[in-house]
Design a protein around this ligand. Structure first.
Ligand code: NAD
Length: 419
């Protein structure tokens, strides 16, 4: 990612997307102002004893955007580029996402500015536990339920669950979702974001009359969301021709075996160097001729600089905020069907919700039960957004935002403002 792409502020993009929906909905300007701002922001300085005995102080945030439709919900990101504005944008996208997929949650997000790749497991555990203690006053199983995001994983969630439970003196697994299976996690959660993104891509392909068996796919970012997306696309019959991670990308016209590529990444910590592939940059990979492009890394990778060179027919946004509003206009003009992040990656929060419901009821459902409930809700959400876009003659992001913002605005209006 170039430095100019990194400098784009995701919060400005989030606000522009809200402005477009507000205009289309003829939203009351006062209500628009309410929806623009997070309800609560907590910033903490987290002292962590590093392995060398020295204490390092990290900055962390928890931003609670809206709880009009239910408890706050959203992941926690560990990354060197985490800023408060980024966390604010991500928190608002969670609100719109939960409303798009129509689950009874609001939106929140957490982030710590750190480089987890340079930290030992012990340092990451101490950072996670101290951060949990410092935000414990504002999170809660019926209040604000965190989940994984970039560079946090089921182990991180287990530490949060244990720390919060120790504070309260009894086991409260429903404080967090995305946990390992044996400590209250849900079947199907680990791959749910990707499964959702691929269900959406499949529905979009069917709408565009593209046969997945002859389709080609490209995945940027081969972490949790990207690697499973590639494997599901392959399972659906697509040929995955390229994939990348923070160290670079690999390309093969003949196709790359997504499962073997995943094994290679697990062994070597990168997709780079996978046998039978050519090296390709993270910029070039986005511009490859393909049917389905899945951005699954970070924000602002499709901008006005490269949007006109995107050749994919469908973009399924597994990542949050990969496309800027300027780029959206160019993609719409070029008839690229963009499945917006708040729909494409909502499978993750959807199965998180199912995990939370299981935890609250002390139940554990089978993988089949989870996947059936998940797939039915994903297909319904895709159809709602697609039909709205056709009826109103607008792009898919605007359609998803019109649905989501309308639902949240209705809730705010009905609940009223008190005192
Ligand atoms: P992850 O940490 O598992 O993976 C991130 C991947 O992106 C890694 O392979 C990393 O090497 C790669 N990457 C980092 N910087 C990059 C760069 N500059 N160029 C290309 N690749 C780069 O994270 P994840 O959970 O897979 O999240 C990825 C995206 O999906 C994020 O935008 C996240 O918000 C979104 N998302 C994830 C979930 C989920 O359930 N995991 C849910 C919703 C949205």
């Amino acid at each position: 990612m170039s430095s100019s792409q990194q400098s784009l502020n995701p919060l400005e993009n989030a606000w522009k997307q809200l402005d477009i929906a507000a205009q289309m909905l003829r939203l009351d300007p006062d209500l628009h102002e309410v929806l623009k701002h997070p309800k609560r922001i907590l910033t903490v300085s987290i002292p962590v004893k590093m392995d060398n005995g020295h204490i390092e102080v990290f900055t962390g945030h928890r931003v609670q955007h809206s709880d009009a439709r239910g408890p706050y919900k959203g992941g926690i990101r560990y990354h060197p580029n985490v800023t408060l504005d980024e966390v604010k944008a991500l928190a608002s996208w969670m609100t719109w996402k939960c409303a798009t997929i129509d689950i009874p949650y609001g939106g929140a997000k957490g982030g710590i500015t750190c480089n987890p790749k340079k930290m030992s497991l012990g340092e990451k555990e101490r950072l996670t536990r101290r951060y949990t203690v410092m935000i414990s006053e504002i999170i809660g199983p019926r209040r604000d339920i965190p989940a994984p995001d970039v560079y946090t994983d089921p182990q991180t969630m287990a530490w949060i669950s244990d720390t919060y439970s120790q504070i309260h003196g009894y086991s409260i697994p429903e404080i967090v979702t995305g946990k390992p299976l044996h400590v209250g996690g849900s079947e199907g959660r680990i791959y749910s974001t990707s499964k959702g993104a691929v269900i959406c891509a499949r529905e979009a392909a069917s709408a565009l009359k593209i046969n997945l068996k002859n389709a080609t796919a490209v995945v940027q970012g081969y972490g949790n969301a990207g690697s499973y997306a590639a494997m599901f696309l392959q399972q659906a019959g697509c040929k995955v021709i390229a994939a990348s991670d923070s160290k670079g990308g690999v390309y093969s016209k003949k196709g790359v075996d997504a499962v073997k590529l995943n094994d290679h990444k697990n062994k070597t910590s990168s997709v780079v160097g996978f046998q039978g592939t050519e090296k390709i940059s993270n910029e070039e990979i986005l511009e490859l001729d393909c049917d389905i492009l899945v951005p699954a890394a970070l924000e602002n990778v499709i901008t006005k600089k490269n949007a006109s060179r995107i050749q994919a027919k469908i973009v399924s946004e597994a990542a949050n905020g990969p496309t800027t509003p300027d780029a959206d206009k160019i993609l719409a003009k070029n008839e690229v069907l963009v499945i917006p992040d708040i729909l494409a990656n909502s499978g993750g929060v959807l199965v998180s919700y199912l995990e939370w419901v299981q935890n609250l009821n002390r139940e554990h459902w089978t993988e089949d039960e989870v996947n059936k409930k998940m797939e039915a809700k994903m297909i319904k959400a895709f159809k709602d957004v697609y039909n709205t876009s056709k009826v109103k003659g607008i792009d898919m992001r605007s359609a998803a935002m019109v649905l989501a913002v309308g639902r949240v605005a209705d809730a705010v209006k009905t609940l009223g403002i008190w005192p």
